[in-house]
Every structure is written in structure tokens, then in C-alpha cells.
Write a protein that binds this ligand. Structure first.
Ligand SMILES: [Cu+2]
Length: 279
């Protein structure tokens, strides 16, 4: 029952294109970090036409740094809906890195209403001790993601989970008459079991090294000690597209003060994984 629920949710939010592109993308990580001096590919193959090739004209308007190379022949800085397609962003990501002044920005999901792409861009962020990574969700639809560091294996937070309630509990639908009802199954010993959204997936949460659980305010700005069991962003939505998810965040910032490798995952799309390397 529970796993079926989770599967339905996963299937609903996931674009099948993701898996295909995800595989392709994984293969480029090595190239991306292998000293990408080569670009200048005149053929973007993504449907852009009449590209005036503006060096440095990146689509988000944010400053670039890191690889110092923006002379890509395929980029079109003119106005075009094509610039949010996964194919375009996939190419863009190979050359584009937003790492300035000790802040490395990572996109949590990209794409548009035609094809949301459930990947982190870039998947690997390498920074120095004392620097920060900031995640944001630039997708053009309200597709939620989380950035969740699950250091202790048993601290994984399922998005939906069963909870016991007294079997006398009455649930009312809000607003009355809406096309919804809570998922309840009979339990034992005078209880029912309700399947509900897990707040530790939905909201920013930290479980410290001693097991202390603390819920945080949205748009968490956190300093990673390195010995936490669980650190999670909560739902990250694109700026202005979070109405369906009250209390959600649009950014998640983490300052790393200890060298090491920090793996993270999206609780909504468990195949979305990323890594922060701190040196
Ligand atoms: Cu996700």
C-alpha cells in the first residue's frame, strides 16, 4: 500500500525523459571535470537558429566563472523558448559553472513544462573549506526537489510514510467537497494507519550527531559540521512557483567547514544524486 503510493507519486512527477538524459549526463561528468578547454562547437543541434553567438551571454544572466571559457559557438543569447529545453541546458552545463566569490551555485532540476529534467546541475561541486554551495530550482514548472544529505543510512526520510492514529479520528476534507480523502488502512489495537507526507522530507530538517532532530525555517542557511546524521533542504520550488507547497523554499545554502566528500540525494526523485567535494 505504501510503496504503491510512493510509486504513483514518483511516476507522476518524473518525466520519462529524465532517465535517458540522466544516463547521458552521467557520462559527461568526467569530461566536465577533466579540464574542459575545448568548446567552440558551432553546432548546438538543439533547434536554435540564427544564433548570433554572444560570448558570455548565458541564459540565466548570472555571472560565470570557474572554467573561464564561454566562447561556445552554439549558444544563442537572443530570446528563444528553446533555451530552457533539456538538450540546451545539458550542453550549457558542460561549459557553464556558477562559482564566484566562494559560492558555488547548483541547479536543483532544470527544464520546462515540456520536459522537466530531474538532475542536479552540475552534479559535482568542488569548493574549498569555508566556502558555500547554494542550491536553487530554476525549472519553469512547479516541480519540487530536495537536497538531502543522508549521512546515517537509517536516517533516510521517505517522502510518504505510515503513521498510527486512533481509529476514532475523523478526517475532514478541505475545502469540503474537494476530490480527495486521506489514505487510511485498518491497524491493530484500536488504531488506524494513515499514509501521510513526511515533514522531514517536506520541511528543512537537521538531525545532529547526537540524534537531536530540529525543524528549520524555509530557505535554510546552514553550516555543515560534518558529523550530522541528516541535513535536508525541504521542498525547493522555483521562485514564484511554490504556491501549491506552502512553506516551501526557493534556496538552500550550506557552508562547509570540514574537508571531505558530501553525497546528497533528492527525496522526491531518488535517482537525483549529487556530491560536494570540499578541499
Ligand atoms: Cu528532485
Amino acid at each position: 500500500m505504501i510503496s504503491r503510493n510512493v510509486l504513483i507519486v514518483a511516476a507522476t512527477v518524473a518525466a520519462s525523459l529524465t532517465l535517458v538524459l540522466g544516463t547521458v549526463f552521467a557520462g559527461t561528468i568526467a569530461a566536465q571535470y577533466g579540464g574542459n578547454g575545448n568548446s567552440g562547437n558551432g553546432n548546438s543541434g538543439n533547434g536554435n537558429s540564427g544564433n548570433g553567438n554572444s560570448a558570455g551571454g548565458n541564459m540565466t544572466g548570472q555571472s560565470n566563472s570557474g572554467n573561464g571559457n564561454m566562447n561556445n559557438g552554439g549558444m544563442n543569447s537572443g530570446s528563444s523558448g528553446d533555451q530552457s529545453t533539456p538538450a540546451y541546458l545539458f550542453k550549457l552545463n558542460k561549459k557553464y559553472m556558477d562559482y564566484n566569490g566562494g559560492i558555488f551555485k547548483v541547479k536543483a532540476g532544470v527544464g520546462n513544462e515540456v520536459a522537466p529534467l530531474t538532475q542536479f546541475f552540475p552534479r559535482i561541486a568542488q569548493i574549498n573549506v569555508g566556502e558555500s554551495v547554494v542550491w536553487y530550482n530554476p525549472t519553469r514548472v512547479g516541480e519540487p526537489h530536495t537536497v538531502s544529505f543522508v549521512m546515517a543510512n537509517n536516517e533516510f526520510a521517505p517522502l510518504f510514510a505510515p503513521y498510527g492514529v486512533a481509529n476514532s479520528t475523523q478526517f475532514m476534507t478541505l475545502p469540503p467537497g474537494s476530490n480527495s480523502e486521506p489514505q487510511i488502512v485498518p491497524g491493530t489495537n484500536g488504531t488506524n494507519t494513515i499514509v501521510a507526507l513526511n515533514a522531514r522530507g517536506y520541511d528543512p530538517f537537521v538531525i545532529g550527531s547526537n540524534g537531536t532532530v530540529s525543524m528549520k525555517a524555509p530557505n535554510l542557511n546552514y553550516t555543515m559540521q560534518g558529523d550530522e546524521k541528516f541535513v535536508s533542504s525541504g521542498f525547493l520550488l522555483p521562485q514564484g512557483l511554490g504556491q501549491e507547497f506552502p512553506g516551501s523554499s526557493s534556496t538552500f545554502a550550506v557552508k562547509f567547514i570540514k574537508a571531505g566528500e558530501y553525497d546528497y540525494v533528492c527525496l522526491v526523485h531518488p535517482w537525483m544524486t549529487g556530491k560536494v567535494i570540499v578541499r
